[in-house]
Design a protein around this ligand. Structure first.
Ligand code: AGP
Length: 613
């Protein structure tokens, strides 16, 4: 999941590319590079973040109105200067940037080496650009756009590429298959990017190429054609409304802290317009069109990854108990390869903040091929997963830049709860009184989340206590179990401390062996049907000298007798627990990582959108 950016127009390309790369850095930050064409091709690329590249190129005269840039998350080849993009063809004529994985690159490299090509990096991308060059030499009379189309027909895997051709200084060629690309049209200029946030400050006129499209750009024209041939055509332009200020930190030290604090607003935005004025019904026109007959749906299968998978688990608990529909939650990466039994009576729901997670896309494509209906819960309009869906419920959370999902999770849970109430109502499972009670509770959640911010200092103190722990357990029961998984994921991805989430009852089946006087155990132990059993689990940890951190309902006294630290959150009914309990868990991960000196927005080895499998 790298970030790609291209510019062609009348302005100096370099500053626009660098700024675009900084906006894309959350997609991958192992290395960065740019190439600008102005008579000659200037290429600067360095391991490390964009700031390192900027320093490296400072003092250089990098002028020109056409260029490409790249932030890398390493797939083939370690992070290094040599493996950084852009990559040049052997003759130096072509420069390429690439997001994706070329699966048949070894076959191509062997052929090219036999033709005398040499390779300086370990990347599949350098093979691709030299393959383009070999086709170019074999077809000298064809336009570069044709040559790239011919070459790509033999390429397998995923790609979002932009190619600069030294001998065609007025054209950029782009292509996508399985990785995202958007095109921004300005006055006498075009931008190419992995996502709209990197270019929306320059233009709101956006083109969304489809998989298999090849795009030929000059500063005044854009033509698109499918890889397999057909006519070149001028694509449709959509106007986006993304707010640019949402792409800034807004005075916060990090995007993550900003997005944690965004949550009262993002949850309110997710609810906006989706509860009727009497507070008694969910209004989801996206589903009205989609669910002609809810009784035709015999099973709902959620497919997702990471945090979105945790929201899917929550959905499973809730929909079965509230709407009486069979539900299973699946890791998309497993689902796509296990030859699942699916038919037209199944509804597959993809949950994805980015809408570009490769495994989730593939799971949806498989389900679609086998006849299932497709619904998605997503935060990015125009991204790949909504385009594969019959209907999409947008989270309306605003851009989430921090790699660790925070407001995405709480708005996913919000959207799941709205959908559940909608389905339960359709199935006649909810009285009006119960609907009003649930929706009233949901509408009160933004304020409860705001109240939870008051826990910040207490949670920061707990972070000091656990920051040197060798491992940390997160335990919960029922709907508290997905919350425990989410807390463990937040902590591990930011602090790099090994953390595991388990159903609390599972502790005795193995994880209890991890517990000693150095082991913090975080319990999601709010009031609920399994509270007594959670207290027993706490006793088991205490008996082994574990350090107990308990997230409890305000006023709880019994857990206080057992826990070393009690974090009290407002008492809410179980269905709302994940939203409110998420806040102290997010803060715990944030403070622990900060104490350890880690970059909370761009934690090591991770990237925001996993667009490769
Ligand atoms: C969670 O903090 C991570 N950002 C990661 O697990 C993420 O949830 C996962 O990659 C799925 O991303 P998606 O929601 O964009 O599909």
């Amino acid at each position: 999941m790298c970030g790609i950016i291209g510019y062609l127009g009348t302005r100096e390309a370099y500053p626009l590319l660098i700024k675009g790369l900084k906006r894309l850095e959350y997609r991958g930050y192992d290395s960065a590079g740019i190439a600008v064409l102005n008579g000659s091709l200037s290429v600067y690329k360095k391991m490390g973040k964009v700031a390192v590249l900027e320093h490296y190129a400072s003092g250089e005269k990098v002028d020109g109105n056409i260029g490409i840039g790249h932030t890398r998350w390493a797939t083939h080849g370690i992070p290094s200067d040599l493996n950084s993009h852009p990559h040049l063809s052997n003759s130096g004529r072509l420069a390429i940037i690439h997001n994706g994985i070329i699966e048949n690159y070894e076959v191509l490299r062997t052929e090219l080496m036999a033709e005398g090509y040499v390779f300086h990096s370990d990347t599949d991308t350098e093979v691709l650009v030299n393959y383009f060059e070999s086709v170019l030499l074999a077809e000298p009379n064809r336009a570069i756009s044709e040559v790239i189309s011919i070459a790509l027909r033999r390429v397998t895997g995923s790609y979002a590429i932009v190619v600069l051709d030294h001998q065609n200084p007025d054209i950029l060629i782009a292509a996508r298959k399985g990785s995202p690309i958007v095109i921004g049209k300005g006055a006498g200029e075009f931008f190419i990017s992995s996502d709209v946030n990197a270019i929306v400050e320059h233009t709101r006129d956006i083109i969304y190429p489809m998989d298999g499209d090849v795009i030929a750009l000059t500063k005044n024209t854009i033509m698109v054609r499918n890889l397999e041939g057909g006519q070149w055509y001028v694509p449709e332009i959509k106007v986006v409304t993304n707010a640019v200020e949402e792409l800034e930190k807004g005075g916060y030290a990090s995007f993550m802290l900003k997005e944690i604090n965004d949550q009262p607003v993002s949850i309110a935005n997710c609810l906006a317009g989706r509860i009727d004025i009497n507070g008694s019904r969910v209004v989801l026109p996206e589903l009205d069109l989609f669910f002609p007959d809810i009784n035709a749906v015999k099973r709902i299968i959620f497919v997702a990854c990471g945090t979105s998978y945790h929201a899917s688990l929550y959905a499973g608990y809730l929909i079965e108990s509230m709407a009486g529909i069979r539900v299973q939650a699946e890791y998309a990466s497993e689902f796509r390869y296990r030859d699942p039994v699916i038919d037209g009576s199944d509804l597959v729901v993809a949950i994805s903040q980015s809408g570009e997670t490769a495994d989730t896309i593939a799971a949806v494509e498989l389900a679609k091929q086998r006849g299932a209906g497709i619904l998605s819960l997503c935060n990015v309009a125009g991204s790949s997963i909504p385009r594969l869906s019959s209907a999409t419920i947008y989270l309306q959370a605003g851009p989430e830049i921090g790699v660790a999902s925070t407001k995405a999770f709480t708005t996913q849970v919000t959207a799941v709860l709205l959908t559940t109430i909608y389905l339960a109502d359709k199935k006649g499972k909810l009285t009006e009184e119960r609907r009003k009670e649930l929706l009233g509770g949901l509408q009160a959640v933004p304020e409860l989340v705001r109240q939870a911010f008051a826990l910040n200092d207490q949670v920061a103190a707990v972070a000091k206590r656990i920051k040197d722990a060798p491992t940390i357990l997160f335990l919960g029961r029922g709907i508290g179990f997905p919350v425990a998984l989410e807390g463990a994921l937040k902590l591990k991805e930011l602090s790099y401390i090994h953390a595991e989430g388990h159903p609390a009852a599972e502790m005795k089946h193995g994880p209890i062996a991890l517990i000693d006087a150095h082991t913090p155990v975080v319990f999601i132990a709010t009031q609920g049907p399994l509270y007594e059993k959670l207290l027993s689990n706490m006793q088991e940890v205490k008996a082994r000298k574990g350090i107990i951190i308990a997230i409890v309902s305000t006023g709880d006294v019994r857990a206080k007798e057992l826990a070393d630290h009690c974090i009290e959150i407002p008492a809410v009914e179980e269905a709302l627990l994940p939203i409110v309990a998420a806040v102290p868990l997010q803060l715990l991960a944030y403070h622990t990582a900060s104490l350890l000196g880690h970059d909370v927005d761009q934690p090591r080895n991770l990237a925001k959108s996993v667009t490769v499998e």
